[in-house]
Design a protein around this ligand. Structure first.
Ligand code: GLV
Ligand code: MN
Ligand code: MN
Length: 430
């Protein structure tokens, strides 16, 4: 037993550093009502009024804890709790509050709300960290309304310019910049001018491995490469009843051949994935041969050279369709994120945190994209995964249990404390 005095106070404070699973769960369930769908998911597209509502909620929660909230000009939110040394950059934790159109309750929300819960735990225990600690909400992680994904963290890391980001248009022609102004979340700070000592992100795995292998926590070592393309095919609108088959320039038939080629390209390389998620057909009439089609391609693999080969396979299929069907085909690469390895120091802090919290772990590479992959370019970063039911995500049925969410938040808190301790040791504090 420690003698009464400062040491005893520290030990007492550390004993209280257990996150509250009920409080975290209540936050997840309560905020899921903002954009809640009848099937139990969330439709909270980025920079909509629903996004504003959840952002306002987060800001109010953080301010109630005495945090200062800074917003940058990409709408990223940073809620800061001061530390002992406020001249050094904060250790940040967070994720995103936007969702897919048929999103679940956990993708992104868990990372932000677990971070808030970790911050509350520090606050209630009166634990003074060495560095300031921040909760971050990144804008447009999903890339569902404005392509590509991870726009704010991409600008933060210098992968995109703010001008390019602000000019991105949704499918109705509204720009990212206008939508940011519309909800009142274009902040004063220049995106990227917010140094971080480290960044940690908790997320549901969104895949099947942790659940299948009965492990509690994924220690994420990196994120695989992602490429997105926008494809436009121009043929000729024409009468469905009178245009002989050999005379047609059917843009949708060309798209069908390319969609099949995307699937075949992914199947040709073990582990690679390829998806067509948006398809728009014009003019969209039963008895008109489609003269124009737009579709998107998402390709992923840990190895960039595999993506190069998949891209060549699809380009060859496009060349063939162009010749056979007399189409104009444009394939535009709009997003090219290389694989990203996480920082060994942050990975070690997560591993240690899981161990002291009594959770079993498995190292893994992320199949999904995450803000941490961009942040890792400018600050030491890593991620913590928790299992989700049947590996299902980007689906309203997405589910992780209260205990699984709590494990993620607890490991996050411990990892931040561990990283803070090492930082203090290195910089001679505490
Ligand atoms: C984000 O959800 C992504 O992996 O695309
Ligand atoms: Mn996510
Ligand atoms: Mn997602």
């Amino acid at each position: 037993m420690a003698e009464p005095g400062p040491m005893c106070d520290i030990i007492k404070a550390m004993k209280n550093l257990t996150i509250d699973p009920e409080r975290l769960w209540d936050d997840l369930m309560d905020t899921a009502q903002i954009g809640g769908t009848p099937k139990g998911g969330i439709c909270r597209l980025t920079l909509t009024d629903l996004d504003r509502q959840v952002r306002d909620w987060l800001r109010a929660q953080a301010e109630a804890l005495g945090c200062t909230v800074t917003i940058d000009d990409m709408g990223a939110m940073f809620a800061r709790r001061p530390g002992q040394r406020n001249d050094i950059p904060p250790i940040a934790m967070g994720s995103h509050l936007d969702t897919q159109p048929t999103g679940g309750k956990f993708d992104g929300a868990l990372g932000v709300l677990a971070a808030l819960e970790a911050l509350r735990t520090l606050h209630r225990a009166g634990y003074e960290t060495f560095a300031p600690i921040e909760v971050v909400n990144w804008t447009n992680e999903e890339g569902s309304r404005f392509a590509p994904a991870m726009i704010a963290s991409g600008v933060f890391a210098g992968a995109f310019t703010r001008e390019w980001a602000c000019a991105r248009q949704d499918r109705n022609g509204e720009t990212f910049g206008a939508a940011l102004d519309q909800i009142g979340y274009r902040g004063e700070q220049r995106c990227g001018e917010h140094p971080l000592s480290a960044f940690f992100e908790v997320h549901i795995e969104q895949g099947p491995y942790l659940e299948a292998e009965g492990e509690d926590v994924g220690v994420v070592t990196g994120v695989q490469a992602i490429r997105w393309y926008e494809v436009t095919l121009i043929g000729q609108d024409s009468h469905a009843g009178t245009t002989p088959m050999p005379s047609r320039h059917d843009a949708l038939l060309g798209a069908a051949r390319l969609i099949e080629a995307v699937n075949a390209a992914a199947l040709a390389y073990p582990g690679a994935v390829g998806t067509v998620g948006i398809l728009e057909v014009k003019p969209g009439s039963t008895n008109v041969i489609p003269g124009e089609v737009f579709f998107t391609i998402d390709m992923r693999d840990p190895d960039m050279s595999v993506l190069d080969r998949m891209e060549s396979d699809v380009a060859a299929a496009a060349e063939k369709a162009r010749g056979e069907l007399g189409l104009e085909i444009t394939i535009k690469n709009i997003f090219n994120q290389p694989p990203q390895a996480f920082d060994p120091g942050c990975i070690a802090a997560v591993r240690e945190a899981a161990k002291v919290s009594g959770y079993s772990t498995r190292d893994m590479m992320s199949g999904a994209g995450h803000d941490a992959a961009y942040v890792a370019r400018v600050a030491p970063s890593s991620m913590i995964f928790v299992p989700c039911k049947d590996g299902i995500s980007h689906n309203e049925a997405e589910h992780s249990t209260k205990e699984q969410c709590a494990a993620g938040a607890q490991v996050l808190l411990q990892a931040v404390i561990e990283y803070d301790r090492r930082l203090a040791e290195r910089l001679g504090g505490k």
